[in-house]
Design a protein around this ligand. Structure first.
Ligand code: PAF
Length: 283
């Protein structure tokens, strides 16, 4: 695996190799890689792409300093995992490489897609995500990109960004990788103590319950009230949202239409770790 820290060297390498490989596939990450990330690499390789992964913990998308400072970093191990999974290139930029001396996000407004749920609760988060993803797309110039469904709203934000500015890029959303308990894999899970990990499974159970109730025609708010009482009423759990949304707009709904692009989404603190998860009605 080639490792580059500068955009210039990365681009020189990709211009040399692009003709040989046809397509460049791109997997942006913030490191602390788990099987969910490796599935994104595999999805890119399976489509025959010359695969570039970035590891860059983007400061402008954190609205909480503690979350940024405590974000896990396991770079040596990440490099081993990427090599074992046949990633072709790792791009490891510094903040100066990505932002120069002005580490600030641009402002974006894609309506409810950027302003609801994660956008409302983590002010400026999507400004940071869109800013860095745009810079990375400009640097890598990928043909296909691979994002994990676990960050569903982020996927919709990126889809919108691609539709607005990066028309030639194909977006791939890869299903969430779960532990056998159902807990969605996340880099933040390493911060959960054993008892908290056991509690975190309740987010998955609540999602499964609401999804099935909605599919049976129960109004979302009724299903959600039951799920809250049954799974989320615990002193160590602080629910931020549990809702049925139309994934195209990220607007909340009481019943799902027949078009099938609906999901149940959740954000919940488990002690001092904030977890998000979601389930498409078609999952
Ligand atoms: O999902 C992530 O890890 C980050 O939000 C991303 C897309 C790498 C941008 O920093």
């Amino acid at each position: 695996m080639f490792v580059f820290k500068s955009i210039k060297l990365l681009q020189d390498h990709l211009s040399e190799n692009r003709p040989k490989f046809g397509k460049v596939g791109f997997v942006p990450t913030m490191g602390a890689l788990h099987q969910g990330h490796l599935d994104l690499i595999s999805a890119s390789k399976a489509k025959g792409c010359y695969t570039v992964c970035t590891i860059y913990v983007n400061p402008t998308q954190f609205n909480n300093t503690e979350d940024f400072e405590k974000y896990p970093s396991t770079i040596e191990l990440d490099i081993v995992k990427l090599t074992q999974n046949k990633c072709d290139v790792l791009f490891l930029p510094s903040s100066t490489e990505m932002y120069g001396n002005h580490v600030v996000a641009d402002k974006y407004n894609f309506g409810a897609i950027t302003n609801s749920f994660e956008g409302a609760l983590r002010l400026g988060h999507f400004d940071g995500v869109i800013t860095i993803v745009s810079k990375l797309f400009d640097a890598v110039k990928p043909d296909e990109v691979f994002f994990g469904q676990k960050d569903l709203q982020q996927c919709m934000v990126v889809k919108h960004l691609i539709g607005n500015r990066f028309y030639n890029i194909k977006m791939n959303i890869v299903p969430t990788k779960r532990e056998s308990s159902g807990l969605a894999m996340s880099s933040r899970n390493v911060r959960l103590k054993d008892d908290e990990r056991a509690l975190a499974i309740r987010l998955y159970e609540a999602l499964v319950f609401v999804k099935h109730q909605v599919l049976m025609g129960v109004v979302a708010s009724e299903a959600i009230s039951i799920a809250k009482a049954q799974w989320l009423n615990h002193p160590k759990l602080t629910l931020e949202y549990l809702a049925l949304v139309d994934t195209n707009t990220m607007e909340q709904h009481e019943i799902a239409g027949p078009e099938l692009h609906y999901a149940v989404i959740i954000a919940c603190w488990c002690s001092n770790v904030r977890l998000i998860d979601n389930m498409l009605l078609t999952d």
